[in-house]
Design a binder for this molecule. Structure first.
Ligand code: GLU
Length: 447
């Protein structure tokens, strides 16, 4: 059977790292099995869902290279939910309830006060049919609960957590539909997973108790439940997902110069025992993706690690992948020379400014001015070669006896106008002989 996975975001906000990890893992799981990965926009909540978030979610996935092979929108499927709901109502697997939130809260408090689990008492189930009809006719719209089968335990073998067992007697019948007719998440999701042929539901462990109820919904719908796997939640380095980290969207990572491949390489392995390997592309990550490598411990998202992975990714990016993000005139040779020194592609522009000049003339001591004048002469008189920086500095070392900072810093100041920055050995070939000689000469003249 072909593996079919889905990512089912609610378009009520931007994707954050936790959502991206879920999307990515579902994609990799499908890819691993040569299956299909679907996007389902869970937009039953008309009030909170926004079209701009739908666009943003798709754009973010596209930027990450995550390509759904199909797409559904829950708001286009209400007729399907009505039909399934009618079947469940006929089978008496959903029942109408009229308790107000205040009444329910009171029931909860009473049970908790007696030291009992706050399980809904099914009082509405005892309302006679005639009375139900009278209320509905009188315009008293009910909300609806799914009737759990309490006769046997709910069990599934979780792809990450192993065998799971829930006692439905300890669970409240979940509300599946509000009095205004709108849907809560659980039932439409199960209906869609059946209709979309989803074979594997992989999501965060915050959904484990939903799964327990949904397992019975699948049965009630006459379907086989998909395989379930629940990943440990993502945390930050401080032990929980901070408000800040939890709200950073994909666009912010992009604006901070993070490459999609870096985010993918890190998140693909987050929560597993496999090491993060920046050199792996999506195919390689999919090939090695294995739910049995996931642990139960919270997965720690470390931004410093993301920066390290990003630098490694940048060092490997071919010119063609970045040319449209580089400054005008910066060619493949320049990119390759500068690339090993970058943490972010955007920094290439800083280097390129130094290469093309003009650079500010530095304030040097008399002695250093003499020294850079000599450097200008050495460079001018020698044949331009592959490693001009090594040639220049070893020649100057031999001639002047200078070493360390005294040898390098005046040259850097004269050639770049700055006391720090790019590796000079990479930079000097790009500056070129004539410009370098000119900069050294200019710095030797008293200002
Ligand atoms: N829309 C649900 C959510 O965002 C989907 C959960 C699921 O994967 O079933 O939490």
């Amino acid at each position: 059977m072909t593996v079919v996975t889905r990512f089912a975001p609610s378009p009520t906000g931007h994707l954050h790292v936790g959502n991206v990890r879920t999307a990515l893992h579902n994609w990799l799981l499908a890819k691993h099995h040569g299956g299909r990965f679907l996007l389902r926009i869970d937009d039953t909540d008309a009030e909170r869902s926004r079209e701009e978030y739908v666009h943003a979610i798709k754009a973010d996935l596209a930027w990450l290279g995550i390509e759904p092979e199909g797409e559904e929108r829950q708001s286009a499927r209400f007729a399907i939910y009505e039909e399934a709901f009618a079947r469940l109502a006929d089978a008496e697997r959903v029942y109408p309830c009229w308790e107000t939130p205040q009444e329910l809260e009171l029931k909860r408090k009473v049970l908790l006060g007696r030291g009992l689990p706050p399980v809904y008492d099914r009082a509405a189930l005892a309302i006679p049919e005639m009375e139900r009809m009278r209320r509905i006719a009188a315009g008293e719209q009910p909300h609806w609960r799914f009737l759990l089968d309490r006769e046997r335990p709910i069990e599934w073998d979780d792809g990450v957590r192993g065998p799971q067992r829930f006692d439905p007697a300890q669970m409240s019948d979940p509300v599946v539909r509000r009095a205004d007719g709108s849907w809560l998440y659980m039932l439409p999701s199960a209906i869609d997973d059946v209709a979309m042929g989803v074979t594997d539901v992989l999501r965060g462990e915050d959904h484990v108790s939903n799964t327990a109820a949904q397992v019975q919904m699948f049965e009630a719908l006459g379907a086989t439940a998909p395989r379930f796997a629940h990943e440990a939640l993502l945390t930050g380095t401080e032990g929980k997902l901070s408000k800040r980290l939890g709200s950073i969207g994909v666009a912010q990572f992009r604006d901070a110069g993070i490459e999609p491949a870096a985010l993918v390489a890190l998140l693909a392995r987050l929560g597993t025992s496999d090491p993060v390997d920046p050199s792996l592309d999506a195919d390689a990550l999919a090939a090695s993706f294995d739910l049995s490598h996931f642990g139960r411990a919270p997965a720690r998202f470390d931004e410093a690690e993301l920066e390290r992975v990003n630098a490694a990714v940048v060092h490997d990016l071919p010119y063609a992948a970045v040319s449209d993000r580089l400054p005008e005139g910066m060619d493949a040779a320049a990119w390759e020379a500068i690339r090993p020194n970058l943490s972010h592609v955007g920094e290439a522009a800083d280097w390129w400014r130094v290469v093309t000049g003009p650079v500010p003339a530095p304030a040097l001591s008399d002695e250093d001015r003499g020294y850079v004048a000599e450097a200008a002469q050495v460079l001018d008189e020698s044949a331009w070669q592959e490693s001009p920086w090594q040639m220049l500095t070893s020649e100057l070392k031999a001639r002047t006896g200078r070493k360390g900072k005294a040898l390098f810093l005046p040259l850097r100041l004269a050639l770049t106008g700055m006391d720090h920055g790019p590796d000079m050995a990479a930079l000097l070939p790009l500056i070129g002989q004539a410009a370098a000689v000119e900069r050294l000469r200019a710095a030797s003249i008293p200002t």
